[in-house]
Design a protein around this ligand. Structure first.
Ligand SMILES: [Zn+2]
Ligand SMILES: [Zn+2]
Ligand SMILES: [Zn+2]
Length: 771
């Protein structure tokens, strides 16, 4: 019996070799019909004997190309037609925005084989790609995703490339960046002033310079990298000096998994993440006696490793026989990474000795993503290249909303139906360059996703540049969202849960509804509202931002809160080494409330402890003291813990850290070692949080608990807390797809704004989901 069915498929199915795949699947079974791109994805009409059509349907989702991501499949019966073959129809509607756009993808195995095959016409061609790999997001100018609307429009395909491009059975059918030696971009080698140097082979020239310990700026997929040989300490040191990056660790690109294993402990999950097509930087524990020079990641237990992801990276490793290269963002301190050749020379010329560039433009920058696996699950630290603009799928449909995120590690989020599109990492909005990037990203994403927001959600902090931008937009409804409420809503959204939760939101800084700086918060929250159920006792932040850069100020603040000014008489190293004049000034600032806002910050509590026990008095990058405190604690197996008190005050609970500081001072007097003290602090914090969660459950009968905020990047706190909460039968939800830190805020803001809107979101209809 002949049947004909129409199959509508939504998801990432355009520009990823999906139509040729379906063509083969149909023709192998001698089925007739057609396939065409539609606004939402593709539509297939398939006709033939019932058993073969059913077989076709069975195999359709399972064997789809690597880059395809099917979200919905709708099948309906149709009357039979007279077609005698299977055809790929031209797209009448064009490849439209509501079809999902693929992120940039690491070079695939097939292309790599060709790259190193002397008989292949693309032998050693640095821009080899196919429908299964290569740039997408960063070369798109507009939708539909078609060559004229990419930065490859500057190159016209040669006869051979054009033939591949038009052949439905070819791996390069409609591969928009398709190119070869004859027709595509080529590498150029420039000196630091941007003057081209004409060596025979730019790769050989670059490798030669790297071997000499010089700094190379390399144009990558989403921006420039600085590269140096990771085993050359003088080169690494010079890069640090020139970049003004004193201690913040560098990421290291390693030749392959075998090389990765020489530097870090690689388990199955780590190998999977490292070799996945997104190729994120994966934070992994260093092996003992690792061959990476200490200056790459000073005082760190972990190292950020990643594998080569462009053909160019592979060529550098192959030609130079390097094991590992430092590959760090091509930028000046906190500015966005450079993407344009001339801009790169201007901005990076004082750092790089040479440039390896090409004429394929990067249209939107996209930093490397960073992931830290925990208990067999990936956890996003920075969600960017390889993941963006793939959406986070929600369990309900939202109106079109733009959420502009916070201040640090900013991302923005746009929503459409049940999809949330988070932007790439925009960075810390502390300079005009980052602010420009924010505006560009909003403009670009709204355009390619064809989203016109009805609502803009922003942080409550009036001075954040993201808030200021939002407040300047007149035509739409604005919704201010409290920072920690956004954290918890992001965690709920990612886990697709509803109702009310106990939300533990622990981080450094977030503007509170009382105008104070919150950061150690327990909320009873749903999407629409929250109640502040508990927080750390307020402590002065003497000097405001200066106290964040100088953790010793927080130690003084906490000691003064615990002991009064008598703490200056304590016989402990911290007090002995404290400059009296400076300490007295801080105490006066606190007493007179001069530039000393109050904070319940958990991050600052870590800072205070780190300073007090001599780990770090000042920091050169965010969370440095907390990271080093965690590392110190991880080297101890101590089971003991310090007490923190929980009091009931003014309708909510307060966590009082005075007993903790009393106990630490006693241990310091007894000369207990730093690692033991760090560990007791971590243990005490976790036990207190569990106790608090139980109290909140008693009072509210809520058993689902969400953990969010940058503090949960601390694996010692995170893993132990999850374990203990589960032991107490809590239903624990955490982050995996979006960062627990401020990179995930925009998602939460969007959800909160949606629920404060008059248009109530509704559960998405019950279509078949194949994701
Ligand atoms: Zn490929
Ligand atoms: Zn060509
Ligand atoms: Zn935060």
């Amino acid at each position: 019996m002949q049947v004909r069915k129409e199959i509508q498929i939504s998801g990432v199915v355009q520009g990823v070799g999906f139509r040729p795949y379906v063509y083969r699947l149909a023709t192998d079974r001698h089925l007739h019909g057609n396939i065409s791109n539609t606004p939402a994805g593709v539509t297939i009409e398939i006709q033939g004997p019932l058993d073969l059509v059913e077989d076709f349907l069975l195999h359709l989702p399972g064997e789809a190309p690597a880059l395809a991501h099917i979200t919905d499949v709708l099948v309906r019966e149709m009357p039979c037609k007279l077609d005698r073959c299977f055809e790929i129809l031209p797209s009448h509607t064009g490849e439209h925005a509501s079809a999902l756009i693929s992120p940039d993808v690491a070079v695939c195995e097939d292309c790599l084989r060709e790259l190193f095959d002397p008989r292949d016409r693309r032998h050693l061609y640095p821009f080899i790609n196919c429908t299964n790999c290569g740039p997408r997001f960063t070369i798109m100018r507009d939708v539909p995703y078609d060559r004229p609307r990419t930065s490859m429009s500057a190159f016209s395909m040669c006869h051979n490339c054009q033939t591949e491009y038009e052949d439905p059975l070819n791996r390069r059918f409609h591969a928009q960046p398709n190119a070869c030696w004859e027709c595509g971009p080529e590498l150029e080698f420039w000196n630091s002033q941007g003057c081209p140097i004409k060596p025979l082979d730019p790769i050989e020239a670059a490798v030669e310079r790297l071997r000499l310990g010089e700094i190379l700026a390399v144009k990558g997929l989403g921006g420039f990298h600085f590269a140096v040989d990771a085993r050359n300490s003088a080169a690494v040191e010079r890069l640090r000096q020139r970049k003004g990056r004193v201690e913040k660790p560098f990421a290291v690109m390693v030749r392959d998994l075998e090389a990765a294993g020489r530097f870090c402990e690689i388990d199955a999950e780590a190998s999977r993440l490292l070799s996945g097509r997104q190729r994120p930087i994966v934070l992994l524990p260093k092996t003992k006696g690792t061959a990476i020079v200490e200056t790459v990641a000073p005082s760190q237990g972990d190292l950020g490793l990643f594998l080569p992801y462009t053909p160019l990276h592979h060529l550098l490793f192959a030609a130079g026989k390097f094991t590992a290269l430092v590959m760090t963002s091509g930028n000046l301190s906190e500015e966005p990474i450079a993407i344009d050749n001339r801009e790169a020379v201007e901005r990076l010329g004082s750092i790089a000795d040479f440039f390896l560039v090409h004429a394929r433009e990067i249209l939107l920058r996209c930093d490397d993503s960073v992931i830290r696996p925990s208990a067999g699950r990936p956890r996003q630290i920075r969600r960017s290249r390889g993941y963006v603009p793939a959406p986070v799928r929600l369990h309900k449909e939202l109106p079109q909303i733009l959420a502009v995120g916070g201040e640090l590690k900013n991302t923005v989020c746009l929503t459409r139906r049940n999809l949330a599109f988070l932007s790439q990492h925009i960075g810390d909005l502390e300079n005009i360059e980052s602010f420009d990037f924010l505006r560009d990203a909003i403009r670009y994403l709204s355009r390619i996703l064809e989203i016109e927001p009805e609502v803009i959600a922003h942080d409550l902090h009036p001075d954040y540049l993201s808030t200021k931008w939002a407040l300047a937009q007149k035509a739409v409804r604005l919704v201010g969202v409290q920072h920690h409420h956004a954290h918890i809503a992001a965690c709920m959204a990612e886990n697709r849960i509803d109702g009310r939760v106990i939300g533990l939101a622990l981080d450094g800084t977030g503007y509170g509804t009382d105008g104070q700086i919150w950061g150690g918060e327990a909320l009873l929250a749903g999407y629409a509202s929250f109640e502040r159920a508990a927080h750390f006792v307020y402590t002065a932040l003497p000097g405001g931002a200066a106290a964040i850069r100088e953790p010793w100020r927080m130690a003084v603040s906490h000691l003064a809160q615990t002991f009064g000014e008598d703490f200056l008489g304590l016989d402990i190293p911290f007090v002995r080494e404290l400059e009296r004049g400076k300490a007295e000034l801080i105490l006066r600032m606190i007493a007179q409330r001069v530039n000393s806002p109050l904070t319940s910050s958990c991050g600052r509590l870590f800072d205070a402890v780190a300073a007090l026990i001599g780990i770090r008095q000042t920091v050169s990058y965010e969370a440095q003291a907390a990271i080093e405190l965690e590392m110190s604690a991880r080297s101890s197996t101590e089971k003991g813990s310090y007490p923190l008190a929980i009091h009931r005050q003014d309708e909510h609970w307060q966590i009082d850290s005075s007993p903790l500081f009393g106990a630490i001072v006693e241990d310091l007097c007894r000369k207990v070692c730093t690692e033991t003290i760090s560990r007791r602090f971590h243990n005490g914090l976790v036990e207190t949080l569990v106790r608090l969660a139980c109290l909140l459950r008693q009072g509210s009968s809520i058993n689902q608990i969400c953990l969010s905020g940058g503090t949960f990047n601390n694996l010692l706190v995170f893993e132990h807390l999850v374990h203990k909460l589960e032991h107490h039968n809590f239903n624990v939800f955490t982050h995996s797809e979006v960062p627990a830190g401020d990179g995930g805020l925009s998602l939460g803001q969007a959800l909160v704004a949606a629920h404060s809107a008059s248009a109530e979101p509704h559960i998405s209809d019950g279509r078949i989901s194949c994701s």
